[in-house]
Design a protein around this ligand. Structure first.
Ligand code: SAM
Length: 442
């Protein structure tokens, strides 16, 4: 295969339409085809960029094609999409290369369609200006196309956050996030690691969270010596906050009800100085290995990972824990910068169903925590149904709990006058997140 990067980009985009996850599929193909770092980076940029701007790209293709995008084969459509993405969003790619390579990839699987694809792409090239005209009157439809978010999502954000904020949020969701790591303070210090990385020529700056570093120019990070030695974990800053807010002390008993792959579990262990007990549940057996592998790499031995469904009450853990973390399964709308496919794979019904699961898990958590103990509830999503509403309903049904002000646990820049925290990619330049702390008082 001459142009492996574009070929893999098309293959991955087709798989994503079947429900696959971008990062998992890309990593799978990178290994399978033994791709070089430059090809990997190029394929990833095309996949993520195309997904970020998918609705707008399709709207534009439809202007030039008699066969509409929903009637095209996935292979043909994704060959068209990646060419349009390269033409309009990648300055350094010559237009002729973007077109010719897509036509070649079409030939690979659907030889007869190559003329059709070539025709559309050349026509597009002659009418590039039209990419910037979105001739739609309806405000929501227009925003949906302009920022490539489904209409129901745009509507929901406008209802919850207002129109100006929504525009900002949609734009931020289409940006490329920074690479952030959490220093493993069990093995090194922030200053030591910073120096090691800087000596390798990597640009490093401090994050807002105490143990966070922001990196630039670090290819193949997971193959580096520093990663393998367990000096750090890749984690967004907002994802570091729930463990800080949980404030588990050395020697305590902690339950982490939805824990895989263990990003927060290992952070809690780190903050407990690897002293105490953490029981970490997850519903997916294959994910338990990820928790154990992460713990081992980071030099942590107080985590006991178990296969359990946190929706089912477990009598053996009644009043067992000093701290319980509920980092609940959620719609993930705070992660659209990293996983743009979520925009197209989720619908309003999923949000209602997730909210029911979150409430069930949180109600069980209430029974596991000792008197004067705490639950931290967190999600990586922005919907009111999965966040504020879940907490409100919990407090209505559990009058032995109160909401605790978490501002003391937060970096100065993130403090607000609310007891809980909601993080937005457009405001904080971090993944969207929600964190609330509940205290059992009786
Ligand atoms: C947001 S992720 C957790 C991320 C994790 N806390 C971390 O920081 O790495 C939610 C997790 O909940 C798990 N999950 C979903 N439903 C569950 C259930 N009913 N019981 C336990 N775990 C569940 C999923 O497999 C997923 O790993």
């Amino acid at each position: 295969m001459k142009d492996i990067a574009r070929y893999i980009a098309v293959k991955t985009l087709c798989d994503i339409e079947e429900g696959a996850y971008s990062n998992i599929k890309l990593n799978h193909y990178f290994k399978k085809y033994d791709m070089k770092p430059l090809d990997r980076a190029f394929a990833a940029e095309i996949v993520y960029g195309t997904l970020r701007h998918l609705i707008r790209i399709d709207y534009f293709i439809n202007k030039f094609s008699t066969i509409k995008t929903n009637k095209m084969s996935k292979w043909v459509l994704n060959c068209l999409r990646i060419a349009v993405y390269q033409i309009f969003y990648m300055d350094k790619v010559p237009e002729y290369a973007a077109i010719n390579e897509s036509v070649e990839i079409v030939k690979n699987k659907e030889r007869k369609a190559s003329g059709f694809v070539n025709g559309i792409l050349r026509n597009i090239l002659r009418n590039k200006q039209q990419f910037y005209d979105i001739n739609v009157k309806d405000k929501v439809k227009k925003l949906s196309i302009e920022y490539s978010h489904p209409e129901w999502m745009v509507n929901m954000f406008i209802k919850d956050f207002g129109e100006d904020f929504t525009k900002d949020l949609l734009a931020a969701n289409n940006t490329v996030p920074k690479l952030t790591i959490r220093v493993n303070t069990l093995k090194t210090t922030k200053y030591e690691l910073k120096e090691i990385l800087q000596n390798k020529g990597i640009k490093v700056s401090d994050g807002v969270v105490e143990e966070a570093l922001i990196l630039e120019d670090f290819a193949n990070i997971e193959k580096s010596d520093e990663f393998n030695k367990g000096l750090f974990t890749i984690q967004d800053e907002s994802s570091m906050l729930p463990s800080k807010v949980l404030d588990a002390k050395q020697g305590m008993k902690v339950l982490d009800l939805c824990s895989a792959p263990g990003g927060k579990t290992t952070h809690i262990a780190q903050l407990m100085n690897n002293n105490g007990e953490i029981i970490a549940f997850d519903i997916h057996e294959h994910k338990l290995k990820l928790i154990n592998d992460n713990a081992k790499r980071l030099g942590i031995n107080i985590i006991n990972a178990k296969l359990k469904d946190a929706q089912i009450y477990m009598e053996e853990y009644k009043e067992y824990a000093d701290r319980v973390l509920v980092d609940a399964p959620c719609s993930g709308l705070g992660l659209l910068r990293k996983k743009p496919e979520i925009k197209y794979n989720i619908d309003k019904g999923d949000i209602e169903q997730l909210a029911r699961i979150q409430k069930n898990i949180l109600n069980n958590a209430a029974k596991y925590v000792k008197k004067d103990g705490y639950i931290v509830y967190s999600t990586c999503t922005l919907t009111v149904e999965e966040n504020e509403e879940v907490i409100k309903e919990f407090l209505r049904n559990n009058d032995n709990f109160i909401i605790e002000d978490i501002n003391n646990y937060l970096p100065e820049k993130l403090k607000t006058n609310l007891p809980y925290l909601k993080i937005y990619p457009n405001v904080h330049k971090m993944d969207g997140f929600f964190i609330a702390k509940l205290k059992r008082i009786r």
